[in-house]
Design a protein around this ligand. Structure first.
Ligand code: NDP
Length: 312
């Protein structure tokens, strides 16, 4: 027989656990399915220095453990496992976990996050967390006064390069074509910043170093020439992929497959299904903003469930 759940939360990053804390305190008896990467993207970053409440900074994995414990303290049922199928066509929603466990959920909060896209070269994985990062806002601070490189030519890369230029002595942007994809305004900011150098028509061949990164080998795709650029940090900003495959055809998404939520709300196009965190936010993508929207989702879920119970 299918298990009945009032509030199902899919995902265990800051959005999922904050939603769980609020939902548990509102007595919605939330169940969290942790997903493929328990704790989410923060567990693959290093130190987190910009989450309020940790004056000395905190390790990402520890912070997520704290959030999990806080959610459990109020009775959240946290489960290892994946949601593998959803059917939002009727309420209660029909959900399948791990390919076999049937769930009937009155409300669902989607907090499945997004994953950074990586170049996919071996040395990138080798130095991940030791000089390679996919988040300048998180890790730029560690490279104050040093030279860094960033790959990608979209708005994110342009914004992050500008951000890094204020902290670092020099930023080299590695661009695979002869133009940036970023908006004209962002491009202009890049071109107006004296310590950003753009390497047009270049691709990354290898990131090199000992314990940590000390250089990158790039290749000019027009001439085939390679050269070494000395750097201490290598940032990848070639886009993110929201984890929304499961919801295709059921929930409204934008052209990049991020879930669309109503303005100032976490409501999706299906009543009773809410979305919080990076899965619906391609702009801010911070732990604190994800946590904030997780809180919103739980409050909106509570209101939704109390309206539903009043009408029955
Ligand atoms: P984008 O998809 O817009 O850009 C990705 C960039 O990475 C492109 O320049 C692309 O090159 C490059 N790239 C992709 N794969 C590789 C690779 N393997 N090697 C080298 N370069 C690669 O992603 P963004 O994260 O920048 O932006 C996502 C969305 O969010 C966009 O719609 C953007 O406008 C929006 N955004 C808006 C902001 C704002 O309004 N303030 C801030 C940040 C993002 P190529 O161009 O050659 O394909």
């Amino acid at each position: 027989m299918a298990e009945k759940i009032q509030c199902l939360i899919i995902g265990s990053g800051p959005a999922g656990y904050t939603a769980a804390i609020y939902a548990a305190r509102a007595d919605l008896k939330p169940v969290v399915y942790e997903g493929l990467q328990p704790g989410g993207q923060l567990t693959i970053t290093t130190e987190i220095d910009n989450f309020p409440g940790y004056p000395e900074g905190i390790n990402g994995t520890e912070m997520m453990e704290d959030l999990k414990k806080q959610a459990q303290r109020f009775g959240t049922d946290v489960r290892m496992g994946m949601i593998t199928t959803v059917d939002f066509s009727q309420r209660p929603f029909k959900i399948i976990a791990d390919g076999k466990h049937e769930i009937l959920a009155d409300a669902v909060i989607i907090a499945t996050g997004a994953s950074a896209r990586w170049l996919g070269i071996e040395s990138e994985a080798k130095f991940n967390g030791a000089g390679v990062s996919a988040c300048a806002t998180c890790d730029g601070f560690f490279y104050r006064g040093k030279e860094v490189a960033i790959v990608g030519g979209g708005d994110t890369a342009a914004e992050e390069a500008t951000y890094l230029s204020k902290l670092c002595s020099k930023v080299t942007m590695i661009i695979r074509r002869d133009e940036l994809r970023a908006s004209k305004a962002m491009q202009q900011k890049v071109f107006d910043t004296p310590n950003i150098e753009v390497l047009w028509n270049h691709v990354t061949k290898e990131i090199v170093g000992d314990q940590t990164v000390n250089g990158v080998i790039v290749e000019n795709v027009k001439t085939g020439e390679t050269k070494r650029v000395n750097i201490s940090g290598f940032f990848v900003a070639i886009g993110h992929k929201p984890n929304t495959d499961l919801f295709k055809g059921q929930l409204d998404m934008d052209e990049n497959n991020y879930l669309i939520t109503a303005p100032n709300s976490t409501k999706t196009n299906i009543e009773g299904v809410f979305a919080a965190g990076d899965v619906q936010d391609h702009i801010f993508r911070q732990a604190i903003t994800a946590a904030g929207s997780g809180c919103m989702a739980a409050i909106e879920t509570e209101r939704f469930l109390s309206n539903v119970s009043q009408t029955h």
